[in-house]
Design a protein around this ligand. Structure first.
Ligand code: HEC
Length: 136
């Protein structure tokens, strides 16, 4: 037998053995990985507890909307501008349905536009509660 073949065969046998050891080891390692059963609850699921069906993603968009769009008249910090201030102290004595109604229907004859074309009723209420600092 030419020595080259011997070396080749030896190499093959050695490699196979080595691979067997390797796969045995990785199987053992796999078995040692604990099952992912006790992962902590995802906070997002907790945050979506409804008073209103507004998803977490939508809530983020609405917050942005409040600052950018409503803020263009009511001030970026809602401290007032063309529209009256809408900060917590100013709306504390104004009920959510009243605020939501104003948001959705606007105030005819004033610059306050109706937003019902862009917002659902639930979202109008969500914004009203947001103004009052009542959202989670
Ligand atoms: C184009 C300007 C403008 C934009 C944009 C605007 N508002 Fe107004 N808003 C006004 C004006 C002006 C008033 C006061 C109306 C009046 O004289 O009764 C008002 C009144 C209100 C009131 C009633 C406040 C009160 O004390 O009775 C609420 C609530 C309100 N806006 C919320 C919003 C929200 C929320 C948005 C965004 C979705 C928004 N507004 C966007 C101009 C605007």
């Amino acid at each position: 037998m030419p020595s080259g073949l011997n070396i080749f065969l030896g190499w093959t046998a050695g490699t196979a053995g080595w691979l067997a050891v390797l796969s045995g080891a990785s199987l053992a390692a796999l078995a040692a990985v604990p099952p992912v059963l006790d992962s902590p609850p995802v906070p997002a699921e907790v945050a979506v507890t409804a008073p209103a069906p507004v998803s977490r993603e939508r809530a983020l968009a609405l917050r942005h909307f409040l600052t950018q769009d409503c803020g263009s008249c009511h001030g970026l910090t809602l401290g007032g501008g063309l529209g009256p201030p809408l900060q917590r102290e100013q709306v504390a004595n104004k009920p959510v349905p009243y605020l939501a109604y104003t948001i959705l229907n606007g105030r005819p004859g004033t610059a306050m536009p109706p937003w019902s074309r862009f917002l659902t009723e639930a979202e109008g209420e969500w914004l009203a509660r947001e103004l009052r600092g009542e959202n989670p």
